[in-house]
Design a protein around this ligand. Structure first.
Ligand SMILES: [Fe+2]
Ligand SMILES: [Fe+2]
Length: 272
């Protein structure tokens, strides 16, 4: 049963974007380099791993988005989607700037980026990557195919942003705020999280409308979620050592991510 929470239109989300500008190059990172150097080894390792994963993910998704802009339904849909494309590039710019200005030894993070790319090739991560790349290629070939757009938004907005991304930002920001460290990273990553909130809202309202117009689209959403679910739970189950550094309880990330997904599905009107 669908929950009737009102959701802003693509046009309203475009207007919200105009009022929420920020610059990746204006964030003050002057304290972050010293904070980074003062972290304990396990905390620094966690941050290197998180940062390199964010960089790889953001680079990947910002290059696999333009097909959705081409598949716009109308001018207002297209206006919002152009803002999302710019947002994703801004996120990539912020992580790159943080790496070069706040990480004392850029070669270290380079090694972690290489490792994150290797992690991306782990079977469960590869599933996300293949799903995204294939769904994007299909959308580029068939921009007016409804199944293709619903499938792409399910992977990108519902799973990558609305389930995995929100969980990473919730726990990482909570950890950094509780420690009172890396104020520049926290400021930029909080702006990124606010941008992502708009993107996820767009995906939710798009899928809600698509399912309302054609109930068969619920099967497209469900089919993709079923295929990705083992990879989602695997991704949200990091080693206990990571959970301990975050100060979280075992299973907390899965609960958070799947809880967020469940609430979105209720808003969209898809029963699983
Ligand atoms: Fe992003
Ligand atoms: Fe996003």
């Amino acid at each position: 049963m669908r929950t009737e929470t009102p959701l802003p239109s693509a046009q309203q989300l475009y207007v919200d974007w105009e009022g929420a500008h920020w610059s990746a190059h204006d964030i003050d990172l002057s304290r972050d380099r010293a904070d980074m150097a003062a972290l304990g080894d396990s905390e620094r390792l966690l941050l290197y791993f998180a940062l390199s994963s964010l960089m790889v993910a953001e680079e990947r998704i910002s290059t696999q988005f333009v097909g959705l802009v081409l598949a716009q339904d109308d001018e207002e849909d297209g206006s919002f989607l152009c803002t999302q494309l710019v947002d994703e590039v801004r996120h990539m710019q912020f992580y790159a700037r943080f790496q070069s200005e706040a990480v004392a030894d850029p070669a270290t993070i380079g090694a972690h980026v290489a490792r994150s790319r290797a992690v991306l090739e782990a079977p469960f991560k590869l599933l996300f990557d293949e799903a995204l790349v294939q769904a994007h290629a299909r959308l580029c070939r068939e921009p007016s195919n409804r199944d293709a757009k619903v499938d792409f938004v399910t992977i990108y907005h519902l799973v990558l942003e609305g389930t995995l991304g929100v969980t990473t930002s919730h726990f990482l920001l909570g950890f950094l705020r509780s420690r009172g460290v890396l104020p520049g990273f926290v400021a930029g990553y909080s702006k990124i999280a606010a941008d992502e909130g708009r993107h996820i809202t767009y995906g939710t309202q798009f899928l809600r409308q698509a399912v309302a117009a054609d109930p068969g689209m619920a099967d497209v959403v469900r089919g993709r979620l079923q295929q990705l679910m083992p990879a989602i739970t695997e991704t949200l189950s990091p080693p206990d050592s990571v959970i301990a550094v975050l100060g979280a309880k075992p299973g907390a990330l899965v609960d958070h991510g799947l809880g967020a997904l469940r609430r979105r599905l209720e808003m969209i009107g898809v029963e699983v």
